[in-house]
Design a protein around this ligand. Structure first.
Ligand code: 6K6
Length: 139
């Protein structure tokens, strides 16, 4: 099972620690192709040595290879939104996790899309439960 994990990079790194924890959990289920998204040492500028064109080509290849896409979408990100649109066109199963908050509402373009499984969570344990259910339903 190849898993493409998506999370904000230039959109903001506020949730990077949560990405790391989610990726660690997903790695017990399958191969996470995009572990770097959970690297808490990178800032919103991303990796300087890898040109944007190379990043784009590599990530689109991984997206095509992936069996499933899991995205943490609390921090709005143009890149994650783009990846989710591509994932839908490639007919990949998609789980979108977002933290519950009074000050934040998930984009209707994700929440209103019945091709995506959008789940709100309060903490890591709760996010793990959503992941478990999502993967069980895939089988
Ligand atoms: C290397 C390590 C961390 O960051 C880098 C270099 N930058 C990127 N590397 C790989 N994927 C990237 C990079 N920048 C954006 N992406 C992809 O877009 C990831 O798969 C994320 O899911 C998404 C983030 O988009 P932005 O718009 O928030 O940057």
């Amino acid at each position: 099972m190849k898993i493409y994990f998506a999370g904000a990079i230039r959109g903001g790194r506020e949730d990077a620690r949560m990405y790391k924890n989610i990726i660690r959990y997903l790695a017990k289920i399958g191969q996470v192709l995009t572990e770097h998204v959970g690297n808490i040492d990178i800032n919103f500028k991303g990796e300087i040595s890898n040109k944007d064109k190379n990043i784009f080509i590599r990530d689109i290849n991984w997206l095509q290879m992936a069996d499933v896409v899991v995205a943490e979408v609390t921090t709005p990100s143009l890149g994650v939104g783009y990846e989710l649109g591509i994932a839908e066109k490639l007919k990949k199963p998609v789980l979108c996790l977002h933290k519950s908050s009074e000050n934040y509402q998930l984009s209707a373009m994700l929440n209103g899309n019945n091709k995506f499984c959008c789940q709100e969570y309060d903490n890591l344990a709760n996010a793990k439960l959503h992941i478990d259910v999502f993967f069980q339903d895939l089988i």
